[in-house]
Design a protein around this ligand. Structure first.
Ligand code: LUZ
Ligand code: MOS
Length: 757
């Protein structure tokens, strides 16, 4: 199998990221002055100390913004630079420029804030909710009548669930370079998932039309949602600097500033109630999700519905009510993170099932299995379930894991060991694919075939290590009939493909490869006609493939003696257009926000994981033993890329579920603000992994594939319950706790106190 050529550049250190590009001699470097506490007022700043350090130093504040001081999209509540007040610790108050980076940082450190007055701080979403401090209105999705249905239930259990935030820890921190241009605009190189989004907001902030702001993104060293909206502020600061000084400006955050000043996955606090029949059929489910939105709206209104859509997980539940509220707190504005509110909702339903299984004295897998979605069901938001793969992937995963044998081995192990206890858990996945905001499901492409036969493909997709460029190249080559070697994926630019959406929602390849295919198919039609004329053979008897023209004769392919390059030269000689624009808008999506019903997704991704763990009962430490995953990949466009996405997403999900603890103190200060205090998954943390592709084709997406970026993150949820299962073996009568991540500290507290939630 061929490897993605990008991976060779990455491992040999030859990839050029934002901070690797050569710098113009007169470039200024930016550094940020951050608010020192979570909520406060100030009367101004005193830049004198900074300015006296060097003549190159400039200090920019809100008053220097020529346009609107506003980063918001859904709600206008996020200034680029704080004016008079700040609402979280790490909010940018001033932007300092100097001739080199270390000077800029030193100068930023001596900018003084004047008249500072600290104000009360709220960090808990339930406290914010109780005070009525919410963003927009709560949303409720419902079907049937859960309250009435509890009357028919043999067991009804309730509980509370906490899930922590998560830092993205993209390897490349946030940054941007801005170059002033002679038309009075700026050209930006931005570390963003959304160049058009940056273009739009920078134009607003500088008071320019969008055509005077050009944004280019070559690639990102990771993003995971952290650069969907939150790359914009850094680009806007660089643009402001270039606009004010007339010089190129670069900003590239150090790790701690990045961790303190940028948004992360939303922490949630939730309540559930679930009712089941005596044999484990789920009859009713209710949940209230208190989303900790942080101090500004950001993407929260798009993230909340994804939680509600995933309230019932991979299960058919006849009576559902799911209510979500965005609660405004004095923490950094929380943002997109792989899964986008899905994981938080999916964790709650699994907690409910775990608790119900205790009440019914069943293995949770019995409940999971009985209630899985199948064709003919309807999601609680009204979308018909089609081509469901929940049962097949679960059964195949249980078989692969020898689940019955695994349970028996765990029982035997636990009977023999007092100080070590083992556990296991199953997680069935169902994740909806498409942006929850229907407008966002569109993309464009521009394809040029150069007259030597080489090909340049531009789309709105951002390569961030996920291999979207590789997938687009494979689709473009196949569609043009060219060799993959002749395809280059161009840098993403607002001047080549305009009005694009963030590369997000797992749909980067679905949307952009499809747009590229539309353009390539158009050029291909023109080339086919030239080939037919030149070879004097009907086009139906010819096939252009892998860079050569083949004659089809009696089911065989015979080389027609014409290469892709020769064909292109012939087309060029005949003045045929060798370029085409493609556009794709995901078909069939609709959703009514007033009834909360519709079909918001093109399709769903299914799968299943079985994870096992061993807990050291004396120390509270544990290790994950094995993870068996059967993942609904459909037709894989590039199996190595997809395998990397599945393993990487699972590691990131397991990190969220068990290890990564985003800790704020009561004053709203992030305590885990470095990589020494914020622990990431590594090779020792990860279990042995066996991943199997469930490869039934998906006619709804390009090349019968399925989106892969986010769904496998959810398998990490199985890790939480594997440890909880081991804890049940250690202390069968202690009440369980649903407070993710499952850190060793929490495990030890449970084992010593018996309970904590
Ligand atoms: N971004 C977004 C996303 O704007 N809308 C979405 O539905 C979404 N889903 C997942 C990840 N990012
Ligand atoms: Mo997103 S969470 O940028 O797919």
């Amino acid at each position: 199998m061929k490897r993605n050529p990008d991976s060779v550049l990455n491992v040999t250190g030859r990839t050029i990221y934002l901070d690797d590009a050569p710098e113009p001699a007169d470039m200024l470097h930016g550094a940020i002055v951050l608010s020192p506490c979570a909520h406060g007022r100030f009367s101004g700043i005193d830049p004198a100390g900074a300015l006296s350090m060097d003549p190159s130093v400039r200090v920019l504040v809100a008053a220097d913004i020529p346009g609107q001081n506003e980063l918001g999209t859904a709600v206008m509540d996020e200034p680029l630079l704080a004016e008079g007040e700040w609402h979280y610790r790490g909010q940018v108050v001033a932007f300092v420029l100097a001739s080199n980076r270390s000077l800029a940082r030193k100068a930023a450190a001596v900018v003084r804030l004047l008249g500072v007055e600290e104000l009360p701080v709220v960090t808990d979403p339930r406290v914010a909710f109780a005070r009525g401090d919410i963003i927009l209105s709560p949303r409720t999705q419902r079907r049937g009548d859960p309250v009435a249905a509890y009357g028919d239930c043999a067991v009804v259990v309730e509980g509370r669930v906490e899930s922590g935030g998560q830092e993205h820890v993209y390897l490349e921190t946030q940054g941007a370079i801005a170059l002033p241009d002679d038309a009075g605009g700026v050209r930006l190189v931005s570390g963003t998932q959304s160049p058009s989004g940056v273009q739009n907001i920078v134009a607003r902030i500088l008071g320019l039309p969008m055509n005077l702001v050009e944004v280019e993104t070559r690639r990102l060293g990771g993003a995971f949602g952290g650069k969907e909206d939150q790359a914009t502020g850094w680009a806007a600061l660089a643009a402001l600097g270039a606009f004010r000084t007339g010089k190129p400006v670069k900003i590239y955050l150090n790790r701690r500033d990045d961790m303190v000043a940028t948004g992360k996955r939303h922490p949630y606090s939730s309540d559930f109630k679930i009712g089941l029949s005596a044999d484990g059929m789920i009859l009713a489910f209710e949940a209230d999700y208190y989303q900790n939105a942080g101090a500004a709206t950001d993407l929260s209104p798009a993230i909340l519905p994804r939680t509600l859509f995933h309230a019932a997980g991979a299960y058919h539940i006849p009576n559902v009510r799911a209510t979500g509220t965005m609660c405004r707190t004095n923490l950094v504005p929380f943002t997109a993170f792989r899964g986008f509110g899905g994981p938080q909702g999916l964790f709650v339903i699994e907690c409910a099932i775990e608790k119900a299984a205790r009440a019914l004295d069943m293995d949770p897998v019995e409940i999971q299995r009985k209630n899985l979605l199948s064709d003919g069901d309807t999601f609680h938001y009204g979308m018909p379930v089609e081509d469901a793969r929940a049962k097949e992937t679960l059964e195949s995963c249980l078989a692969k894991a020898d689940y019955v044998g695994l349970r028996a081995r765990i029982r035997a192990f636990n009977a023999e060991h007092r100080d070590l206890k083992r556990g296991a858990a199953v997680y069935p996945l169902c994740f909806g694919i498409s942006f929850t905001k229907i407008m966002m499901n569109q993309g464009g492409a521009l394809v040029h075939v150069y007259n030597d036969g080489s090909i340049g493909v531009s789309t709105g997709a951002i390569e961030m290590g996920q291999g979207v460029g590789r997938k687009i190249a494979l689709i473009a080559a196949a569609s043009l009939g060219a060799s993959i070697k002749s395809v280059r994926i161009e840098s993403t630019r607002t001047t080549t493909v305009a009005n694009t959406m963030a590369t997000a929602a797992s749909s980067g390849a679905d949307i952009n490869a499809m747009a590229a295919k539309v353009a390539c198919d158009e050029i291909r039609k023109r080339l086919d006609a030239i080939a037919a004329a030149r070879l004097v053979v009907p086009a139906t008897k010819l096939e252009l493939r892998d860079g050569r023209v083949w004659r089809l004769e009696g089911g065989r392919h015979i080389d027609a003696g014409l290469s892709f390059e020769e064909l292109v030269t012939a087309a060029y000689d005949q003045r045929i257009d060798l370029s085409a624009h493609g556009f794709y808008a995901t078909p069939g999506l609709h959703f009514d926000m007033t009834t909360e019903k519709g079909s918001p997704f093109l399709y769903h991704v299914y799968g299943c994981a079985v994870v096992s763990a061993t807990v050291d009962v004396l120390r509270g430490s544990y290790r994950f033993d094995d993870a068996i995953i059967v993942h609904d990949i459909a037709n894989s466009i590039d199996p190595l890329v997809d395998m990397g996405q599945i393993e990487g997403a699972f590691a990131q999900g397991l990190g969220w579920a068990a290890l990564e603890e985003l800790k704020f103190d009561d004053d709203g200060r992030l305590i885990s603000d470095t990589l020494s205090t914020y622990k990431l998954p590594d090779a020792h943390f990860m279990p042995r992994m066996q991943v199997e592709f469930f490869d039934k084709p998906n006619p709804k997406a390009v090349a019968n594939s399925k989106a892969v970026g986010e769904p496998p993150l959810m398998y990490g949820i199985a890790g939480y319950f594997a440890v909880l299962d081991a804890l049940k073996a250690a202390r069968p009568d202690a009440p369980p706790f649903y407070d993710l991540p499952m850190t060793p500290e929490k495990v030890l507290r449970f084992l010593t106190d018996g309970a904590q939630a």
